[in-house]
Design a protein. Structure first.
Length: 256
């Protein structure tokens, strides 16, 4: 399974990606979660420790005489995952895009290059062939399809039943279709209040709904408590819905 979770900011990408990652890990999958958003939402939603102030990826690349960034000797995408990913609950491994520093992105260019080169090499890493790779993408539609999810064979589009979210999502779906014709795009309707919401979103996007996730107080209170949804409200309707999403994705990956 090679998934990219995409959608408008605030749609619920991070909480759904994180809960899905841990659910799949609990079912015995080895899971690599990619936090591709400069705002570290996924890491928090997983209940993992906050990212280190200095990205471990800084050690993975060097700038050579050609003025370009290269992996240091002995390091490639497989090593980066092995050495520089960090642990999250349930055995999930996380690779984190470096966060903007007070001095901007300049001090972390090398680490950003390491992340970028790694995600572009993931599909060639033999030792990861059986892994679930799951990326939480930044909100903007443009970078999504082209540069930041090269590993993805399935885009999970998280949509709220609001016009803003639906229209942004429709653009994302079209960009994916243009850039990567034939790539699977599935809808997750989040913060749903019922079947009417699902019908509305499905109609506007002309895509079938893979799963609806209800609006759920547990999600908000988990966030307020600073605890992962799966730990804070394991019996909530939102968690049950994300478990059904995992069912659907597991079935889909077997069929294809
Ligand atoms: N099913 C839900 N029910 C209630 N609140 C939700 C639900 N899903 C997400 N939220 C809330 O929506 C906000 C955005 O979620 P987040 O996962 O950070 O979105 P994104 O990563 O797409 O920006 C958070 O405050 C989160 O608690
Ligand atoms: Mg997020």
């Amino acid at each position: 399974m090679r998934l990219a979770v995409v959608g408008k900011g605030g749609a619920g990408k991070s909480v759904i990606a994180a809960t899905l990652a841990r659910t799949l890990a609990r079912r015995g999958h080895r899971v690599l979660a990619l936090d591709s958003d400069p705002l570290p939402g996924l890491t928090y939603s997983l209940g993992a420790d906050p990212p280190a102030a200095e990205s471990p990826l800084l050690a993975a690349t060097e700038r050579r005489e050609d003025k370009r960034w290269h992996f240091v000797r002995g390091v490639g995408p497989a090593r980066v995952v092995q050495r520089f990913s960090t642990p999250a609950p349930d055995g999930v491994r996380v690779l984190q895009l470096p966060k903007t520093t007070r001095e901007g992105m300049a001090p972390v260019i090398g680490a950003t290059q390491a992340f970028y080169k790694t995600i572009h090499g993931l599909n060639r890493v033999v030792s990861l062939r059986e892994w679930v790779i799951l990326g939480d993408l930044p909100a903007g539609p443009r970078q999504v399809a082209f540069e930041w999810a090269p590993y993805a064979e399935h885009f999970v589009l998280v949509v709220e039943p609001t016009w803003q979210s639906m229209l942004t999502s429709r653009r994302i779906a079209r960009l994916v279709e243009e850039a990567r014709p034939g790539t699977r795009v599935s809808l997750v309707v989040n913060k749903s209040t019922g079947p009417a919401d699902e019908e509305l979103v499905s109609g506007v996007l002309s895509l079938p709904v893979l799963q609806a996730v209800p609006v759920d107080e547990g999600v908000r209170s988990a966030e307020l408590a600073g605890v992962a949804l799966l730990d804070h409200a394991p019996d909530s309707a939102a968690v049950r819905a994300i478990e059904r999403l995992a069912d659907g994705l597991e079935r889909g990956s077997v069929v294809s």
